[in-house]
Design a protein around this ligand. Structure first.
Ligand SMILES: Nc1nc2c(ncn2[C@@H]2O[C@H](COP(=O)(O)OP(=O)(O)OP(=O)(O)O)[C@@H](O)[C@H]2O)c(=O)[nH]1
Ligand SMILES: [Mg+2]
Length: 355
């Protein structure tokens, strides 16, 4: 199961209690206080791991708890610190603090309003990046700290502090250099199979791809880029029609947007309209996306009518770079890879900083 959004409850460990104890040894009368401190509670840590591709582990176990610290002991011995709990999450996980418990978002999706009211906590965008979600409580003090000239047999100690806790919303936003965007059946997955070693499922029915799949393209000179195949968009996607809204957020962190159209119009749609409505959908979802570097792929060039449609498309959008391909015949693939390499380099670091 692919889960890209989940709500969890995290609780760090409580600190151990300080100890009250007195030194008792042969030939050492009135040995004095020797109660050690409690150990600190364990932290709850999130760690981005490139080998993890979704949040399913947290969906099944939405309670993350770290261990409590051990109590202090006699002979000034401190208690053991509680073990940290480290949870691996996919690279690209964004974390918000949720105000209170809500029904699991995968069952009842929070609206964009509730998203706005949540407080952003962190964005784990790099592999091996760690973030302490909840800090463990400090250990209490043993009675050894309370001795003074007037209080030589102190019985005071302090309790350990509670660990931090809270409800958090975790959401995966795929990070890729380029994202393939198109109507269902446009041939996005077939293209990804051609340009990378990824093997997404291809079939002649809409919504074959149900979650984003990232492929790696190898360019000459050991350069590489990642390309995400996003589930098909349809009109109204920004309002949540089809699989749309669920997956539009995965586009937000792609440097280059690649619009794939069925240029033959083999399903009775017009490629010019397709491209325009796809552009409109992403603009309605987030106006920032319209300024992102983009190009178009005119796929299914092997089918009748494709050439004429391509001409019309180019005439309507003269400045747009359109790459004709036939994914099933493997035609135009090299030019597409070349164009991607150039575009991704041009889009450069400044875009990744903005996203
Ligand atoms: N004739 C022809 N058919 C193609 C071409 N590219 C893909 N197809 C076919 O179009 C159908 C859909 O292809 P997919 O790659 O699954 O399309 P998709 O865009 O990933 O679709 P969803 O995952 O449903 O959004 C399959 O039957 C492919 O074989 C092409 O260049 N020419
Ligand atoms: Mg697909």
């Amino acid at each position: 199961m692919f889960i890209d959004r989940v709500q969890v409850f995290a609780q760090a460990g409580k600190g151990g209690r300080g100890c009250v104890s007195f030194r008792r040894e042969k030939f050492v009368p009135k040995g004095g206080p020797d109660g050690g401190d409690g150990g600190r509670g364990g932290n709850v840590i999130l760690r981005a791991d490139r080998h993890v591709d979704n949040l399913a582990n947290l969906f099944y176990e939405p309670l993350i708890k770290a261990k409590n610290g051990a109590h202090g002991k006699g002979k000034k011995m401190s208690g053991r610190a509680g073990l940290d709990k480290t949870v691996k999450v996919p690279v690209g996980t964004v974390v918000w603090r949720a105000e209170e418990e809500r029904p699991t978002p995968n069952i009842e999706r929070p609206t964009s309003n509730s998203e706005q009211s949540a407080i952003p906590v962190t964005d784990l965008a790099r592999d091996a990046q760690e973030f302490v979600l909840c800090h463990g409580g400090a250990g209490g003090k043993g009675n050894v700290h309370f001795k003074s000239s007037r209080n030589r047999a102190p019985r005071q100690y302090t309790e350990g502090e509670d660990g931090e806790q809270g409800h958090f919303l975790l959401e995966l936003r795929t990070i890729a250099d380029a994202g393939l965007i198109g109507y269902p059946n446009a041939g996005k997955s077939t293209l990804l199979r051609e340009i990378s070693a990824a093997r997404p499922k291809v079939a002649a029915y809409p919504f074959t791809t149900l979650h984003p799949i990232v492929g790696v393209i190898e360019f000459p000179g050991y350069r590489r880029a990642t390309v995400a195949d996003i589930p098909g968009l349809i009109e109204g996607a920004h309002r949540g029609v089809g699989l749309g809204h669920e997956f539009l957020r995965h586009i937000t962190r792609c440097r280059v947007l690649v619009f794939v159209v069925d240029v033959a119009g083999s399903e009775g749609r017009n490629p010019v309209d397709d491209l325009q409505s796809l552009r409109r959908e992403i603009d309605l979802y987030d106006p920032m996306l319209s300024s992102r570097a983009w190009l178009a792929v005119a796929n299914k060039m092997d089918l009748p009518g494709a050439k004429e449609h391509l001409k019309t498309l180019q005439k309507r959008l003269p400045k747009l770079q359109i790459l004709p391909t036939s994914a099933v015949k493997g035609e135009g693939i090299d030019s597409l890879k070349q164009a991607l390499a150039t575009r991704i380099t041009d889009a450069g670091e400044n875009v990744s900083a903005a996203i």
